[in-house]
Design a protein around this ligand. Structure first.
Ligand code: FAD
Length: 523
């Protein structure tokens, strides 16, 4: 049916990889008619993960997934064969892994005395409960561009609940009240188990090895053309019957300019914005370089398309304030088991069962996660890797008199050991690679409905958006699921596919009464 049409996907994040898979699986396109154009040298976008014991491992993020949500993600990964377990899908192997390694955090919050904070109570006052109820019941038109602080009083931000919820999902008090409300409803089931993270599901390895590689392998087997080191710089378009039609793609491929003609019947999918845009890595001796969108050019295509076209959204709502959208992470490679042994003793959790440990009184608001080992497919048995992040990297540390933004890996390790009261010798041979992400929470910036385009904007004939920056009712950004759902919606609409997209599970509707009861019950 689609033997002549071609599909071009700009950006090679999970959104584009998923879109290509849906085009092949559900749209019956021959794989060779689909091209993914990615500016980086590897596919996967934000789902990166690479390194070696010698150079150190690095990943910008570590993902928590659930099986109670992530409907489109699992719909996709039920069709993608595992690379390590013949006959099983990625979905099957992930579920089985999580049955063997159940999350049950015993040291979710640690205070300034290095004491584990009791978290069976959420720390709510009656006022907090009432304000939370009011916010969770307000409609999105009322919430509009308001911030969380417009709805919740100062004391709320000192509750155990806030420390756990904000560090689990990376919320800041100044972020969008709409997004916060959507999270409360979408992850309602997590509300009652946020202190143990019992609902969290993990991939076997980091997400590049466990999610990107199997999907990329499957796409290659279908004949999909994967082009890396290819920066798309401009889209030519014209208007047909009042609809925008992309007619050509300009790109720079390995330093050479190229023009791809987009013919009648061809389709273009654009990743219009990335939370890891302009990110940079440091080392044990250097802090990451401070880059912005001016260095990356990562938002330019969307900014140009949106100019004078309100239905294509408003990128400025998301990418105009790095001070509010920025934080930093770090990955530590160890060749001595002492740190993992001490952490296991202290936390009571074997690696892979604890999830985030947050130092709630730390100036940087630092958290670390010790995943099940090995966390990289090529990681030898005598090497350990863990990841951490800080929500306030612009503040002076408690043990290092500098903002984290200016710190190298050695200084970050000193700060971490200070909070844990570990001797520095324990990380003597460690390699800590810091990562600065100026737009990491850009999706959470306060915004109004029209700031995000629909996956297929009303006035578009052959262009769709696949990213965290599209409008999808009820779903929540800062998730793999959001990009995969956007991909499925965009592909089904542009290709006219008559297959049901798995709906957002209505935990909130069926459990609203339970939610109210929960809030009332928390002391
Ligand atoms: C630190 C961190 C923690 C996270 N935690 C979780 C979690 O716990 N749970 C969860 O579900 N999700 C989590 N996420 C979110 C999840 O990883 C992202 O939502 C998802 O990976 C975004 O995928 P994407 O394909 O939409 O965009 P991206 O992965 O950002 O991909 C966009 C791609 O487009 C490319 N590109 C941009 N412009 C151009 C151009 N002009 N030409 C060519 N290529 C271009 C970029 O190089 C990039 O590769 C986390 C992310 C991070 C960074």
């Amino acid at each position: 049916m689609h033997t002549k049409s071609k599909a071009y996907l700009i950006g090679g994040g999970i959104g584009s990889l998923a879109a290509a898979a849906f085009i092949v699986r559900d749209g019956s396109f021959p794989g060779e008619n689909i091209s993914i154009l990615e500016s980086a040298s590897l596919l996967g976008g934000s789902l990166d993960g690479a390194g070696s014991p010698m150079l150190g491992y690095s990943m910008r993020g570590g993902r928590m997934l659930t099986t109670d949500n992530y409907e489109c993600t699992w719909d996709l990964y039920k069709s993608i064969p595992s690379l390590n377990n013949p006959g099983k899908s990625v979905f099957d192997e992930t579920v089985e892994f999580n049955e063997r390694h159940v999350s049950n955090s015993m040291a979710r919050l640690v205070d300034k005395r290095r004491a584990k904070v009791p978290v069976s109570s959420m720390g709510f006052s009656m006022e907090d409960r009432l304000e939370l109820l009011k916010l969770s019941q307000a409609d999105e038109n009322t919430l509009a561009a308001s911030c969380i602080t417009d709805w919740l009083s100062h004391a709320f931000f000192e509750t155990e609940f806030w420390y756990m919820w904000s560090t689990t999902f990376a919320f800041q008090p100044w972020h969008s009240a709409i997004e916060f409300k959507r999270y409360l409803l979408r992850f309602l089931l997590e509300f009652s188990r946020i202190e143990t993270l019992a609902g969290v599901k993990r991939t076997i390895y980091n997400q590049y090895d466990s999610l990107v590689l199997p999907l990329q392998t499957w796409l290659l087997a279908q004949g999909v053309v994967l082009v890396t080191d290819c920066m798309v710089t401009r889209l030519d378009h014209q208007s047909e019957d009042g609809k925008l039609v992309v007619t050509a793609i300009h790109c720079v491929r390995q330093g050479e300019s190229e023009l791809i003609a987009v013919n009648d019947g061809d389709l273009v999918f654009l990743q219009n914005g990335s939370m890891t845009d302009a990110s940079s890595l440091g080392s044990m001796t250097t802090a990451p370089e401070k880059r912005t969108k001016a260095d990356s050019g990562g938002w330019t295509l969307w900014e140009n398309l949106a100019e004078g076209r309100p239905e294509f959204g408003n990128p400025a709502a998301f990418n105009s304030c790095i001070a509010q959208s920025y934080w930093a992470s770090f990955t530590v490679t160890l060749k001595n088991p002492a740190f993992f042994e001490e952490m296991t003793r202290f936390s009571g959790n074997e690696p892979g069962t604890g999830g985030l440990v947050t130092f709630k009184d730390s100036n940087w608001l630092m958290s670390i996660v010790l995943a099940y080992q090995p966390h990289f497919q090529n990681q030898p048995a005598d090497v350990q890797v863990f990841w951490g992040y800080s929500l306030f990297p612009d503040r002076i540390g408690n043990f290092v008199p500098k903002p984290m933004s200016d710190c190298n890996g050695a200084e970050i390790l000193r700060e971490l050991c200070g909070h844990l009261r570990f001797d520095l010798e324990i990380v003597e041979s460690a390699n800590c690679i810091p990562c600065r992400m100026p737009y990491i929470t850009s999706m959470f910036m306060p915004r109004i409905l029209s700031d995000r385009p629909l996956p297929v904007p009303r006035n578009s004939k052959n262009l769709a958006f696949v990213s965290q920056f599209v409008e999808i009712a009820d779903d929540v950004v800062f998730t793999v699921e959001y990009s995969v759902r956007a991909a499925q919606m965009a592909v089904y609409e542009l290709l006219g596919i008559d297959r049901k997209i798995p709906p957002v599970t209505p935990h909130a509707k069926s459990l609203q009464v339970q939610f109210d009861a929960l809030i009332k019950a928390f002391k």
